[in-house]
Design a binder for this molecule. Structure first.
Ligand SMILES: *[C@@H]1O[C@H](CO)[C@@H](O)[C@H](O)[C@H]1NC(C)=O
Ligand SMILES: *[C@@H]1O[C@H](CO)[C@@H](O)[C@H](O)[C@H]1NC(C)=O
Ligand SMILES: *[C@@H]1O[C@H](CO)[C@@H](O)[C@H](O)[C@H]1NC(C)=O
Ligand SMILES: *[C@@H]1O[C@H](CO)[C@@H](O)[C@H](O)[C@H]1NC(C)=O
Ligand SMILES: *[C@@H]1O[C@H](CO)[C@@H](O)[C@H](O)[C@H]1NC(C)=O
Ligand SMILES: *[C@@H]1O[C@H](CO)[C@@H](O)[C@H](O)[C@H]1NC(C)=O
Ligand SMILES: *[C@@H]1O[C@H](CO)[C@@H](O)[C@H](O)[C@H]1NC(C)=O
Ligand SMILES: *[C@@H]1O[C@H](CO)[C@@H](O)[C@H](O)[C@H]1NC(C)=O
Ligand SMILES: *[C@@H]1O[C@H](CO)[C@@H](O)[C@H](O)[C@H]1NC(C)=O
Length: 871
């Protein structure tokens, strides 16, 4: 296997990587021979003396599972990447000060070894501030309470903690031999992250801090270059890099530094209640091609695989559990086509010019007007040439005549890559890669309904105002919980002497968010929550008070802690400062309870007693049958069990009917859920024009739908036993939903589409070893529409279906040369024909063939078997 891999690799470094496994590498001699040198200049990353352009992609190890890593990395390698970038997640590794965890899913050393085994380099962004839409930006929450600390500035307490953690990570990597000079995969390391965005808010201390970061990093002696992103004053030798949607105009602060694009935002993230973003394959490729047209050396997709925010790792506030990002590999690790395939072809095309692009080439630029220009890289010594012909106009297509080098049609907002400056090998707007349509298929073998049991969250203590400590003020939530739970109880007792004034009153709570549940004298009064764009709110509700002691119990919930912005770490959550008031019905008398004696309790009793973990659920929990109440009741735990779906397709839970809460499979949290957070109906459109600058508000879908209805259950969370109900699903349902419609689905390939122009070759493949079973559409002529809604145009070859049938049916992959002879069309000079196909893969539901008759926006709807992913 290793030998086979080694033969497949086409560069020396990979041979050496695999060499580690071939040679028992215990001698010093061996270690030296495996060393990889990493150097750079303005035109190249120089690895072992070889001048390279680097294609990289971000895969964050805790957003998938160790069982998924090898497959994700193989797909990244197949997609033409040279390197994988990841952050290191401090909060997960040091959840309690000086208590470290690098086990299982947190084994980042194993991840980096997997990267190397896949024949890839690594870019290690230690941070340790990572932003990343991650809880508290990756900082452990105990940092917040250290005496005298100020985060991300010239503060001795913070710097000491940052240095200890950074040194720990570097030391672990060194001990595992993971830096390139040791023969490992890591070629670049990053310290801090996007500090340039906020540095001005920290005054002079900001500059002092960034200088300290640089010096501290360099003193780690890792033998590879350090980078800082978005840091225009990065102290030498740290290399400043660019993050954004486009970085073609970026210039590093040091002219000797290579131009690097550390985050090409290939899509965007979602908050609860937001629509689904989509960045087209065309515009993604345009951004990458423009970057290399203008002197780029390293480009990293943020994200290549986004994955899932398991547990309570999502930041925010309000970052959703799915972190798909519209990345080339989708949340489950499937190819997001045509994006993955289009970028793969782009990488191959750019690499054709690697030699001349990485030397100090003679560069000439020729303008053709209307934002069209040709950039030529030439090696004067050898005569070798490579060209990028770009059209950055956002609506006008161009016909460019390069005389003896040919005539080129360059659509608006596209780049043509011209090998030897006279042969178009790629155009960013001409997508030939196949589209994969995945469907969510009910795992029918599991039966359609589950048998549920339930138990109420025990609130006897908190509804009586009994907590674990008291304070005569309203405290800030994160300072109290230190991230141990999303929940904090605030409880007080008020003595009423005069019921004529107070019997009918209102309870008013001013909270900084994110969710509030109110109880008075043990009675549930109501719930309110903020939204992603307005977190704080004032809750007001009529209540009835009695003579004597009245108990007010408020449960405040958070939905991820802030991860971005100057002083984001100081953003408050919970009912901090209040005020909490009673307003008499007369509306003239108020009673401010903010300075009363408040009793506190961190977390839920069910959390403390591990109701979510079947191993502990026998600890005195009474699970009742659903029909004796349960459903619709807030603060309820639900439990069921189910069989593992057969096969290897990714598994999701459809949580429709539930409100907000958290879900656990066999004791492992698959994240917060909130399917009642529905996106508004504005600004979705069937049409998505790839032309013009991309922004996260472009090409949105999912209007009027839950922002997340389906929740990824990694196969490794499930038991292997497909015969018995061996898996336990436990839900904490916060606002009173009904689990009756909850079901398990698998993500299955539905169909494959492709559109290929005359003179090109159709190349399509079923994923996961499946074979083509049926043709849903095939037309060579001038077919109209797009995948799922193709239609025959004014003319077509009557042989279309038979050609495709002969070439593809029963095969895993097939290729067809799109020529008039293949399709027996006698169209002299008529080379404007196009082939459009849609085929089903074996094992996919024949019903799905009907997608061709379904309009695109219906295809996006949430009906049971219809495809949901717009591709
Ligand atoms: C690149 O070439 C130009 C002229 O062709 C020269 O001025 C410049 O110094 C060279 N740069 C490097 C880094 O060799
Ligand atoms: C909090 O205050 C209440 C009422 O004054 C008292 O009964 C209770 O014991 C106190 N709790 C703690 C943990 O000190
Ligand atoms: C009721 O009387 C007690 C004792 O005098 C006092 O502490 C409390 O504030 C009074 N309650 C209200 C609502 O006025
Ligand atoms: C409280 O409200 C109820 C119903 O609105 C009304 O019947 C009652 O008279 C009110 N009591 C006082 C003390 O205002
Ligand atoms: C008191 O008056 C304000 C302003 O008129 C109103 O918004 C609020 O609902 C009233 N509250 C009660 C308890 O009547
Ligand atoms: C609510 O609290 C915020 C601070 O968190 C404050 O700015 C605002 O004025 C308060 N609103 C009321 C009505 O008390
Ligand atoms: C979106 O529009 C549909 C149909 O008009 C309507 O039923 C639904 O309530 C709307 N949803 C939202 C979130 O506005
Ligand atoms: C399931 O099977 C795989 C491969 O046979 C094995 O590696 C894994 O440990 C098994 N998992 C469980 C939970 O038994
Ligand atoms: C397509 O054309 C190429 C070269 O013209 C040829 O090598 C290849 O065999 C053809 N493929 C098929 C499937 O006919």
């Amino acid at each position: 296997m290793i030998f086979f891999l080694a033969r497949e690799q086409n560069n020396m470094f990979n041979l050496r990587i695999n060499g580690i496994f071939l040679i028992a590498c215990s001698t010093l001699l061996c270690a030296i021979s495996l060393a990889t040198t990493v150097d750079y200049d303005a035109n190249a990353i120089i690895i072992n003396g070889e001048r390279r352009l680097i294609m990289s992609g971000a895969i964050h190890y805790p957003r998938s599972t160790p069982q998924m890593w090898p497959d994700l990395l193989k797909k990244a390698k197949d997609g033409g990447l040279d390197a994988i970038e990841t952050y290191v997640f401090w909060d997960l590794h040091e959840p309690v000060r000086r208590q470290y965890d690098f086990s299982e899913d947190l084994d980042f050393i194993k991840f980096l070894k997997n990267v190397q085994e896949a024949g890839l380099y690594a870019v290690l962004r230690i941070g340790p501030y990572v932003c990343a839409e991650w809880n508290y930006g990756g900082f452990p929450m105990w940092l917040h309470n250290l005496p005298g600390i100020q985060l991300r500035t010239d503060n001795a307490v913070f710097k000491e903690e940052m240095k200890i953690f950074t040194t720990k990570i570097v030391t672990m990597c060194k001990e595992a031999g993971l830096f390139a000079p040791q023969g490992g995969p890591i070629i670049l390391a990053q310290i801090e992250n996007e500090y340039g965005d906020v540095i001005s808010s920290y005054g002079e201390a900001g500059n002092a801090y960034i200088n300290w970061c640089a010096q501290m990093a360099v003193s780690q002696n890792v033998g590879i270059p350090w980078i800082m992103c978005k840091q225009s004053n990065a102290p030498s030798p740290i290399i400043n890099t660019c993050n954004g949607y486009y970085c073609d105009d970026f210039k590093p602060n040091n002219p000797k530094s290579p131009k690097m694009f550390t985050e090409n935002w290939i899509g965007w993230f979602q908050k609860w209640g937001e629509k689904r973003p989509h960045r087209t394959a065309e515009d993604s490729a345009f951004s990458v091609a423009r970057f290399f047209q203008n002197g780029g050396v390293l480009q990293n997709y943020y994200m290549y695989h986004g994955g899932t925010n398991f547990g309570r790792t999502a930041g925010g506030p309000y970052i959703m559990t799915a972190y798909d990002y519209d990345a080339p590999l989708d949340e489950y690790g499937n190819l997001n086509q045509p994006k993955w395939g289009h970028l793969k072809k782009l990488h191959a095309a750019i690499k054709l010019g690697e030699k001349v692009l990485t030397i100090n080439a003679t560069i000439t630029e020729k303008q053709y007007g209307d934002s069209v220009y040709l950039k030529t890289y030439a090696n004067q010594a050898t005569g070798e040439k490579f060209c990028f012909l770009s059209n950055a106009h956002n609506s006008k297509d161009a016909q460019v005549d390069l005389q003896q080098d040919g005539k080129y049609y360059v659509p608006a907002w596209s780049v043509s890559i011209l090998q030897d400056c006279n042969k178009e090998v790629f155009n960013t707007a001409k997508v030939e890669a196949q589209t994969n349509v995945y469907v969510k298929k009910l795992a029918t073998e599991l039966g359609n309904t589950f048998t549920w049991t339930w138990t109420s969250e025990p609130v006897e203590d908190t509804l009586q105002g009994v907590g674990t400590f008291n304070a005569s003020e309203l405290l800030e939530q994160k300072a109290v919980t230190v991230g141990a739970s999303d929940y904090l109880w605030y409880m007080t007792t008020v003595l009423i002497n005069d019921t004529s004034t107070w019997k009918n009153s209102s309870l008013q709570v001013n909270t900084t968010g994110h969710v509030l549940h109110a109880y008075v004298n043990g009675q549930y009064i109501g719930t309110q929550w903020g939204t992603h764009d307005k977190l704080s709110f004032i809750y007001e509700k009529p209540i009835s008070l009695k003579q004597g002691a009245n108990i007010i119990s408020l449960l405040s919930g958070t939905v991820g802690h802030a991860h971005y912005g100057a002083f984001f770490d100081m953003a408050t959550t919970g009912i901090v400062g209040g005020p909490v008031k009673l307003i008499a019905s007369s509306n003239t008398t108020t009673l401010d309870l903010s300075k009363s004696s408040w009793s506190y309790k961190v977390g839920l009793n069910g959390e403390a007693k591990k109701f979510y973990d079947p191993k502990f659920s026998s600890n005195g929990v009474q699970w009742n049958q659903v029909n004796n109440v349960g459903t619709g009741k807030p603060m309820t735990w639900y439990k069921t069990s189910f069989k593992t779906p057969e096969g290897t397709d990714p598994v999701v839970l459809d949580l429709i009917g539930l409100t907000k809460g958290e879900a656990w499979i066999n004791g492992k949290s698959i994240g917060r859920y909130w399917p009642t957070m529905v996106a508004d109906n504005n600004s979705c459109s069937d049409k998505c024009d790839y032309r013009g600058n991309y922004g996260a508000d472009k090409c949105l879908s999912g209007c009027g739908e839950p922002s997340q209805r389906f929740y990824h259950v990694p196969r490794s969370f499930l038991n292997n036993d497909t015969n018995t109900n061996s898996n336990t699903l436990i839900l904490f349902e916060e606002m009173g939903g009904n689990p009756i419609n909850v079901c398990v689905k698998t993500i299955t390939i539905g169909s494959i589409c492709a559109t290929v122009g005359y003179g090109k070759t159709l190349e399509i493949k079923c994923p996961d070893g499946k074979t083509f079973s049926q043709i849903a559409f095939a037309s060579y002529g001038n077919p109209q529409g797009k995948c799922g809604s193709f239609q025959v145009g004014v003319w077509e070859s009557s042989d279309s279906a038979s050609v495709i049938e002969n070439a593809c049916i029963g095969k895993q992959s097939c290729s067809v040369n799109v020529t008039s002879s293949t399709f027996k069309i006698n169209n002299q000079g008529g080379n404007d024909g196009q082939l459009a196909v849609q085929l089903l893969c074996d094992g996919s539901d024949p019903e799905i063939g009907r997608v061709q008759k379904v309009k695109n926006h219906e295809k996006l709807s949430l009906n049971e078997s219809g495809p949901e992913s717009e591709l």
